[in-house]
Ligand binder design. Structure first.
Ligand SMILES: Nc1ccn([C@@H]2O[C@H](COP(=O)(O)OP(=O)(O)OP(=O)(O)O)[C@@H](O)[C@H]2O)c(=O)n1
Ligand SMILES: C[C@](O)(CO)[C@H](O)COP(=O)(O)O
Length: 236
């Protein structure tokens, strides 16, 4: 598929987490990777894409780091309010995009600030595969290890059939109106939502899984950043 055949899209980057599992001196999206912050690398995965209509990044209200980034003054980036949970941050960004003219039928791609290694080939594959899909879907990676279900005391109870198990990645791509409605309903009900797909599933939809690269990993714990820093040096 040529670039002009890829659909236009909006991007939402939730970046209002505190990174508690990272145990760093600042939220993980502001830690350095190859001389810049993780968040700047993540934004670069989208800025400059010819089909991008606009981008909103959700930032915590009292965040002292965001205003210091050169991209804070980038006119292409809208700042949305971070929320208590990731889903709140995403919902706020969708509201902002809608207020700025995004249509309910427009595609929106939600991507974690903490996933700076999204390959352009994965982004374009997601757009191409879902361009004609009525609903949308997400990048995901098939489970690659043997899976165990454990008892509370940490002993193996059984080996799980992994043939239908996938790990959910981002970006997750949905129609803005449908995603906003699903998140709104889920948040009002108080159901646990860890990604956009969960909200859509909860609303009764079956999002499509698009296989992506495993190295689009989310920096969650210190060893994730160490791994990525080494990969970054090898890549450049
Ligand atoms: N209230 C929140 C919580 C999370 N996020 C964002 O959602 C993404 C994925 O979440 P996760 O890895 O869980 O980040 P944190 O919540 O920061 O990490 P932790 O759970 O370890 O505190 C991150 O880019 C994070 O900044 C957000 O925008 N708003
Ligand atoms: C959205 C997500 O990246 C999909 O894997 C993930 O669920 C967000 O982080 P968390 O570790 O579940 O909070």
């Amino acid at each position: 598929m040529n670039i002009p055949d890829l659909p236009f899209f909006w991007a939402v980057i939730p970046a209002a987490g505190i990174g508690s599992r990272m145990r760093a001196d600042r939220p993980k999206q502001y830690l350095p990777l190859g001389g810049r912050t993780i968040l700047e690398h993540t934004l670069d995965c989208f800025l400059g894409h010819p089909q991008l209509k606009g981008l909103a990044v959700s930032v915590a209200q009292d965040d002292p780091y965001w205003p210091r980034l050169p991209c804070a003054d980038d006119g292409r980036i809208l700042r949305a309010a971070g929320g208590r949970e990731r889903a709140d941050s995403v919902f706020n960004a969708l509201q902002l995009l809608a207020a700025r003219g995004a249509d309910a039928a427009d595609w929106v791609l939600v991507h974690d600030a903490a996933r700076p290694n999204l390959a352009r080939v994965d982004l374009d594959r997601l757009l191409a595969e879902l361009a004609d899909d009525p609903l949308g879907g997400l990048l995901a990676v098939p489970a690659r290890d043997t899976l165990k279900r454990a008892d509370a005391d940490g002993r193996v109870r059984e080996t799980v059939d992994r043939s239908t198990i996938w790990q959910a990645y981002t970006p997750q791509m949905f129609r803005l109106g449908a995603l906003r409605q699903a998140l709104d309903d889920a948040l009002r009900t108080g159901v646990a939502i860890t990604d956009e797909s969960s909200a859509m599933e909860w609303a009764g939809y079956a999002p499509r899984l698009i296989e992506g690269r495993a190295d689009n990993l989310k920096i969650t714990r210190p060893e994730d950043l160490l791994w990525l820093q080494q990969a970054w040096v090898r890549k450049r």
